[in-house]
Structure formats: structure tokens, C-alpha cells
Design a protein around this ligand. Structure first.
Ligand code: SF4
Ligand code: SF4
Ligand code: SF4
Length: 375
């Protein structure tokens, strides 16, 4: 089993300003950032699987292991133990989202086998940290928590292994149905779909976007782990009231706000890898879907005026009743000089480019006049 990286999904390949180091933070001995991109030795394997569970965009993977296949195989089996001796290459391959989704979807409590990990090692802390975050969220929505066991030794019976292996076929068909249903989920991704349709219809060309930008918008990708979480949450009983958690307690999703410093440069919503940030056809607003956000920080990294910020609290209501919020609205007008659309902020109806050209021309004119008066 080897480590693989789809570099196109890494947020660092989208912008030189990206600061994500989540893979390096959890697997510092295997992953390095060289020339701005994550890099690892060719023969790297399971020892770096913590980066698979950490990467917000699922850029990292392990050959011969699919977390989606595992999810359905596991739930189909009678086994409620997750163990490197049984069904996963390492517990660290599972993200907090996987853990929550598994706990929500399981009819029985799940136990995670920590017996093979050295207590207080870096890997131990990564895995236990994820379990604690998942349990904190599960308890906040009144759900049964994941259990851990540090003393399983080699006591896993053979029949358990057989049950696990034989259920793969039905898991494959369930997986297919699941992914199809998820793609058509209403609510949070409705607006994004309308946007995608406009892109497909080539309407964005009206706004002079070049082909590469349109192609990038088309390729927005919601990670499978988020689809799993989405789907399990949709099937979970809603609560009467919802807590607001500190944003520091939730590492995989966020809520945001935009300040008046925003210039509507369009970069954040064009570059957001999942489509959590989006706009309308005129680029006259910024929409945000919290449940599509994977907290990759890219939008913050690229925002030159530092106008996009994390909301202090994360509202758990978003898990059950996801909403699309409008973070900013803009007055889009056509420039009186060149006719191009631009974000109007008051005063003369002239776009920034024409205004700069006008100012430069005026400066040249004034310089020429000064020269003339001297001669
Ligand atoms: S965690 Fe993922 S997105 Fe972040 S730097 Fe590593 S590969 Fe890129
Ligand atoms: S929030 Fe920042 S990156 Fe996004 S449109 Fe506004 S200025 Fe640009
Ligand atoms: S909204 Fe920002 S942090 Fe969330 S997925 Fe998009 S770019 Fe990443």
C-alpha cells in the first residue's frame, strides 16, 4: 500500500499564497513542503496515512484503500471494531468527518483499537485528537460516542475477519447509490448547481472570463468524506435546539463573514476548491455554504485586503438545516468608458482600469504643460 497524491487537488497548486500544512503537521517525518508543494519519498506507505485523514481536499490517498468502500463494507458487516489488525491500514487514515459519519450511521457503538499505538507518540496524539473532536461533536448533538480500546492485543477472532471481507459486493452497489443521491442533495448545493449550469451554458463568457478560469470553476470538487457526512446527517433526527461551538473546536468546517474591505476581486469564490464560496452570474454577491466548506483556509490566504474572516462560533444547526448565506452584495454597473462590468463603489461610473488610465493621461498632460511653461 503506497501513498499517492493528486496534486491538482492540493490547495497549494491553486495559489502561491496558500498556506495549508495540514499534511506536514500530522506526518512531519514523511511529508515536506518543497517549492511550495507537498513532497514525499516514492516508497512512502502506511506510515504517512495520517496525511490522508488530514487533507481537507482529499488530495492524499493510499493505493488499495478507499475510505468510501470501507465505510459501506464496515456498516454492512456485524463488526463494530475498527482496527489496523482487521479493516484499516491505520486509524489515522480516517478523518474526523469519517468518524462522525460512521458513528451516526452505525446501529451499535463503535470501538477503535488503539492497542498497536505507542501512547503519547505523535501519531497517537493525532488519532486521539480526532476521536476527541468527533466525540465532542457527537455529544453536542446528543449522539452516542465512539469508544476506544487500548488492550485488544491479538484477540481478534478469524470469523470477524471473514464477515468483513464477504460484504464487499453489496457495499459497492450501496456506494454507487449513495454517491448518486448525494450529488442531487437539495439545499446547500442548489445554488452551486445553478451556477455550474450557467458555466456549462457558457454564460460566463459574457463576463470576459478566460477559458482556464471557467475550466477551474467547472472542476470544483466536494470530498467524499463530506458527502458521507452530509448523507448521514440528513438521516439523523433533528434537534429542538442547537449549540454554537467555538470555531477552534471544529477543524473541518467553518462559518465566515466578509468585511467592508472586500473589493469584490472575485478571487476567493473562483478559487474555493469545493464551491462553498460562490457568486451569481453577474458577480454581484458572495454566497457561502458552510457545509461545503472544508476549512482549507485558501480563501483567507488569497484575500489581499484581508476581508474574509472566520466567525467565532460554528452553529450546529448548519449540520441539520444547511443554509446558503449572502456574505456581501455589490452594485455591478457598466463602465461609461469601456462598457465592461465592474463593482461600483460610488462617484463617477467608471471602472478602475479606465480610471487609472484617465489619471495617467491627466498626469502626462500636466507634465507636458509644466515642461511647456518652463521652456
Ligand atoms: S493537506 Fe492537502 S491541501 Fe493541504 S498542503 Fe497537504 S495536500 Fe495540500
Ligand atoms: S473577500 Fe477578499 S478575496 Fe473575496 S472578493 Fe472580497 S476582496 Fe476578493
Ligand atoms: S470557503 Fe474558504 S476555507 Fe472553505 S473550502 Fe472554500 S476556500 Fe476553503
Amino acid at each position: 500500500m503506497k501513498l499517492s497524491l493528486d496534486i491538482a487537488r492540493c490547495v497549494r497548486s491553486s495559489s502561491k499564497f496558500a498556506t495549508c500544512t495540514k499534511c506536514v503537521d500530522v506526518a512531519p517525518e514523511s511529508i515536506r513542503i518543497i517549492n511550495h508543494l507537498p513532497t514525499f519519498a516514492n516508497n512512502t506507505g502506511v506510515e504517512a496515512s495520517a496525511c490522508v485523514g488530514a487533507c481537507p481536499t482529499e488530495a492524499f490517498g493510499l493505493t488499495d484503500f478507499s475510505s468510501v468502500a470501507f465505510f459501506f463494507t464496515f456498516l454492512d458487516s456485524k463488526v463494530r471494531l475498527i482496527s489496523p489488525k482487521l479493516n484499516v491500514p491505520c486509524l489515522s487514515v480516517l478523518s474526523v468527518e469519517h468518524l462522525i459519519a460512521l458513528a451516526l450511521a452505525s446501529d451499535q457503538p463503535i470501538t477503535l483499537d488503539l492497542s498497536g499505538y505507542e501512547t503519547q507518540s505523535h501519531l497517537w496524539r493525532v488519532i486521539v485528537g480526532r476521536i476527541e473532536e468527533a466525540n465532542f461533536i457527537l455529544s453536542s448533538i446528543g449522539y452516542k460516542q465512539l469508544q476506544t480500546n487500548t488492550d485488544l492485543s491479538n484477540q481478534i477472532p478469524n470469523e470477524t475477519l471473514t464477515q468483513q471481507e464477504t460484504s464487499f459486493d453489496s457495499a459497492t452497489s450501496d456506494r454507487r447509490t449513495f454517491l448518486q443521491n448525494t450529488v442531487s442533495l437539495k439545499g446547500a448545493i442548489k445554488q452551486k448547481m445553478a451556477f455550474d449550469e450557467a458555466v456549462e451554458a457558457e454564460e460566463l463568457k459574457v463576463f470576459a472570463l478566460d477559458e482556464s478560469v471557467i475550466k477551474k470553476i467547472r472542476t470544483k470538487h466536494l470530498p467524499d468524506k463530506r458527502k458521507l457526512l452530509f448523507t448521514t446527517l440528513k438521516r439523523t433526527t433533528k434537534l429542538d435546539t442547537y449549540d454554537v461551538l467555538a470555531q477552534t473546536d471544529v477543524g473541518f468546517v467553518s462559518q465566515k463573514y466578509v468585511t467592508d474591505n472586500c473589493t469584490n476581486c472575485q478571487i476567493c469564490y473562483r478559487i474555493c476548491p469545493t464551491g462553498a464560496l460562490s457568486s451569481d452570474m453577474k458577480f454581484s454577491l458572495i454566497h457561502f455554504d458552510a457545509m461545503l466548506c472544508v476549512k482549507c483556509h485558501l480563501c483567507h490566504d488569497v484575500c489581499e485586503p484581508d476581508a474574509i474572516h472566520l466567525q467565532d462560533g460554528f452553529e450546529l444547526r448548519e449540520f441539520f438545516e444547511s443554509t446558503q448565506r449572502t456574505l456581501a452584495k455589490f452594485d455591478i454597473r457598466r463602465c461609461h468608458e469601456c462598457g465592461n462590468s465592474f463593482t461600483y463603489k460610488g462617484g463617477e461610473i467608471i471602472c478602475p482600469r479606465c480610471l487609472t488610465e484617465e489619471q495617467e493621461a491627466m498626469e502626462l498632460h500636466n507634465n507636458a504643460k509644466r515642461m511647456e511653461s518652463k521652456s
